[in-house]
Design a protein around this ligand. Structure first.
Ligand code: NAP
Ligand code: MG
Length: 523
């Protein structure tokens, strides 16, 4: 298969749940998946499915009495066996032609598309996403499979697309070959899209992996691994080793046979992995490569020429979509003095109208991920009460059944140096600050150790040009929300403590999972 023979990449369309057909399809999927909850899931070590005694119990964060599944936990011994299986599989997988490897991704994308609402429904139960958020997650997973499949074929054709400078009497070629065995460690907040994206990018590039899913969302990760098996992927290419990051994470990162680590998650864990991976283990013959996409303290800047209604809508959608648990969530807003009161008031109104309830019943807001997130966020709300003026929310939300529900919460008049302006809360908490003018607002925006997403609202072309130049983040938007990056259109990754700026869903991403080999033959 040549890249020119494939239909060009296009984003998977979102479902429209105001349409009765889409709504009925989602309800049917929720019903079907509900009947599948509570099962036991194995580890995958090469061709073996291993059920272990010790299990992670995945619970619906919006209905604590409901067990989503019990997932076997890998010990170090199992992790070691998985490493052996991945090393063995690498010897054959690396020789499979790129276009053939890509076919597995296209097949998986097709299968996922046929059953997309089932994948989304599982995320409604396991991650507490509402229907549209879950649907967007599934659509992004399909996009990653389609996009990286095409990208691998394109990389394999580099010599035709971008020929080397001719050298007389030689035939020269540049080939992108795989690295080896990688450890893939995704977060729980895009439990299908990021898991599928990180894993498929690594394997389509010819590597084999140990996939350690987030402990909050291992069941949807297992559903993805099953899909890859259904698509025909040979055993040992993806080994599924759930378990506590703390217990097996360090072991796998430090392992001498680990060639690379692809991580998405918090700054703290990302920095730890980076440090551990930099130490050379006994018997190690390479420098480990670390791709680490980490946290954010993203924000929206609004000047007095902006469409203020659109700005307020974007601030609220960016702050509270999926309960503020996106790395791109707009947890800060800086508004210039002349329109400050008006925008703050509109944000307050929109927040007050943001209903919170059981995800399967599709409220705008749902629960946060787990007890530790719930308690951490409640702690930040208390800190916020000492740092700003509480104008909406401010604590637990009263919802039946029992779950980790919080009110969307807004603090106004917050100083740029306040903790709720500087630290990633990863929950439905928005801090708003006042600026003299758009330049000061941009300075406040830039005053962070992170640099993932940002957005600037204005109608003034000179100011927009200034903001495009000055706002320092990996994904900068104008006159739209700062969440909702699309594969292919908005390659995604951040600066500074937001990570290595890998630009997932972009044309540079697969280079991170390959090494270029130059061959030169005298004619
Ligand atoms: P996290 O706590 O850092 O966990 C991420 C993954 O790392 C999980 O699979 C976790 O396993 C694992 N882990 C924990 N300790 C480890 C260790 N010592 N060694 C190896 N792995 C370890 O992050 P999270 O709470 O899942 O996700 C939220 C964070 O991700 C936020 O900071 C968010 O901004 C960030 N994020 C960034 C992006 C981006 O593209 N920049 C995208 C999405 C999310 P356990 O679950 O078992 O602890
Ligand atoms: Mg965590």
């Amino acid at each position: 298969m040549k890249s020119t023979m494939l239909p060009p990449f296009a984003n998977e369309p979102f479902a429209d749940f105001s349409n009765p057909a889409d709504q009925a399809a989602m309800e049917a999927a929720l019903h079907k998946v509900k009947g599948e909850l509570g099962r036991d899931y194995p580890l995958w070590i090469g061709p073996e499915k291993v059920m272990t005694e010790s299990k992670t119990v995945s619970v619906n964060p919006g209905n604590l009495g409901e067990v989503v599944g019990r997932v076997s936990k890998a010990t170090r011994e199992w992790a070691e066996k998985a490493m052996d299986a991945a090393l063995a599989a690498f010897e054959t997988w690396k020789r499979v032609p790129a276009a053939e490897r890509a076919e597995y991704l296209f097949k998986a994308a097709g299968l996922m598309r046929e059953r997309k609402h089932e994948f989304s429904a599982m995320m409604v139960y396991e991650a507490g996403k509402n229907w549209a958020e879950a649907d967007a997650d599934t659509a992004e997973a399909i996009d990653f499979l389609e996009f990286y499949g095409r990208e691998m074929i394109r990389l394999s054709e580099t010599n035709e697309l971008r020929p080397l400078t001719p050298a007389a009497g030689e035939r020269n070629r540049l080939t992108y070959i795989p690295l080896g065995v990688g450890i893939v460690i995704p977060p729980w907040n895009f439990p299908l899209a990021i898991c599928a994206g990180m894993t498929s990018a690594a394997v389509v590039s010819g590597n084999t992996v140990l996939l350690k899913p987030a402990s909050v969302t291992p069941v949807i990760a297992h559903k993805f691994v099953e899909l890859m098996e259904e698509a025909g992927l040979p055993p040992g290419v993806i080994n599924f080793v759930p378990g506590s990051g703390a217990e097996i994470g360090d072991y796998l990162v430090a392992h001498p046979k680990t060639r690379f680590i692809s991580f998405t998650g918090s700054k703290e864990v990302g920095l730890r992995i980076n440090e551990l991976a930099a130490k050379t283990s006994e018997g190690q013959i390479w420098i480990k490569r670390v791709v680490a996409e980490m946290g954010g303290k993203d924000g929206i800047v609004v000047d007095e020429t902006a469409d203020l209604e659109a700005a307020a809508q974007a601030i609220v959608a960016s702050a509270f979509g999926f309960q503020g648990q996106k790395c791109s969530a707009g947890s800060r807003a800086f508004i210039v003095e002349p329109v400050y009161d008006e925008v703050v008031e509109r944000v307050r109104e929109l927040t007050a109208a943001w209903t919170v309830g059981l995800p399967e019943r599709n409220f705008k807001g749902g629960p946060v991920a787990d007890r530790s997130a719930y308690e951490k966020i409640l702690g930040y709300i208390e800190i916020g009460k000492g740092e700003g003026r509480l104008i909406a929310g401010g604590g637990k939300a009263d919802v039946e059944p029992e779950g980790y529900y919080l009110q969307p919460t807004v603090f106004a008049d917050v100083d740029g140096k306040a903790r709720i302006m500087q630290e990633e809360i990863f929950g439905p908490v928005l801090a708003i600050g006042k600026a003299r003018d758009y330049r000061e607002a941009i300075e406040l925006y830039n005053d962070t150790e992170f640099g993932l997403t940002g957005s600037f609202f204005s109608r003034d072309e000179d100011r927009i040009a200034y903001a495009l130049e000055e706002m320092h983040c990996g994904n900068l938007y104008v006159n739209r929300k700062c969440t909702g990056a699309l594969v292919g259109a908005h390659p995604f990754g951040g600066f500074n403590m937001s990570g290595t700026d890998s630009k997932a869903g972009g044309y540079d991403y697969l280079l991170l999972f390959t090494q270029a080999k130059l061959t030169s033959r005298k004619l």
